[in-house]
Design a protein around this ligand. Sequence first.
Ligand code: ZN
Length: 184
Amino acid sequence: MSVLPVYLYDHPVLDKPTKPVEDINDDIRLLIRQMIETMHGADGIGLAANQVGRGLALTVIDLGADDEEYPMEKPLVLINPTIELFSDTTNDMQEGCLSLPGFRDVVTRPDAVKVRFFDENMQEHTIDAEGMLARVMQHEIDHLNGVYFFQRLSPVRKAMAHNKLKRIQRGNVDTSYPVRSNKR
Ligand code: ZN
């Protein structure tokens, strides 16, 4: 069992843009395996490396067995991903986050994105994603840029979230997976 603790809001590692992965070595391969186990163990559908305390541009995504939106290997491993194109159209969807237990809200995001990334063999790919995959990719790539989903809420919604965020910040959470808080 090599599940890693999930870092909670507002640990500093989650506020900063991550650094590109330069090459794939045993350390990175182990981290990818541990991230996938951590994501599955927490019933998550995506996890960014800085959510387990590593400031690297790496994320894993698994929408589950019945998702047919992407033809590639599952779980999807995205190394140094960048969003090259956003659709003009948007949709609203409720989001949650393993670093923000007990907090969910509706976020407006573009419907579709074109994402360029490297896989575990440092092969380059682009995916034209829509639906849930586009949603999760944007959420995870936001993490890699030091952005939480609540930062995309309107000022009014953000103000309403204040107490919940304070509670998470204090480490006052109830989760089924191990967490690490930044409480001082
Ligand atoms: Zn998240």
